[in-house]
Design a protein around this ligand. Structure first.
Ligand code: HEC
Length: 176
């Protein structure tokens, strides 16, 4: 009699412990409950939209793109194919330079005006722009009526497609 109830109490105790351990493991693995990260991630694109976060920060390479990043890359992919792909590829030179590594060569503050109106940047006397324009036989890149957001999505797409090394052409040119 005495034995039986001790045994019963023990097995109830064990079952509780097992349930508790299970729950702890689940929440450690992030399967149960919220993590502060989810909330922080969701608000990044909004911050970027109002200009509080530099685009380069959100577009930082991460092994697993968040849904917002994936959507941005998909939008950039479509814009790239529609507007840029006849002259540019990410990893090879076509009519214009390979765009791989572009966000490391040039700041977004240069890329946006360049893509909107490259001849204006060349005309301003910007050293890099003038050298690049001369190197590509003064072939003018067309102007694009794209929004800043569309341009940063193209940059995010290029980043997602670039192979390990930055394209050598324009990098070498800067030091000439
Ligand atoms: C008709 C051809 C053409 C099209 C279309 C075109 N580009 Fe270009 N792009 C060029 C050429 C040529 C250059 C080299 C600079 C020059 O000659 O003005 C260049 C240069 C660039 C550079 C500077 C590259 C570097 O290595 O510094 C960027 C960035 C760029 N293009 C982005 C774009 C994007 C984004 C689009 C689409 C929205 C686009 N280009 C569409 C021809 C083109």
């Amino acid at each position: 009699m005495w034995f039986k109830s001790v045994g019963f109490a023990l097995s109830v105790g064990m079952a509780l412990v097992v349930v508790l351990i299970g729950f702890t493991l689940l929440s450690a693995a992030g399967l149960a409950g919220f993590s502060a990260n989810d909330v922080a991630q969701a608000s990044e694109p909004e911050l970027q939209e109002v200009g509080m976060l530099p685009a380069s920060q959100t577009a930082a390479p991460s092994p697993a793109a968040s849904p917002a990043e994936a959507a941005e890359i998909a939008a950039g992919d479509a814009l790239f194919k529609g507007n840029c792909a006849q002259c540019h590829a990410v990893n090879e030179q076509v009519v214009g330079p390979a765009l791989a590594g572009i966000s490391k060569r040039r700041p977004v503050s240069w890329l946006i005006p360049w893509i909107k109106n490259s001849s204006k940047v060349v005309a301003s006397g910007d050293d890099y722009a003038v050298a690049l324009f001369n190197k590509f036989n003064k072939q003018q890149m067309p102007s694009f009526a794209l929004s800043d957001k569309e341009i940063t999505s193209i940059i995010a797409y290029v980043k997602s497609e670039e192979g390990g090394a930055a394209a050598p052409a324009a990098v070498a040119m800067v030091s000439e």
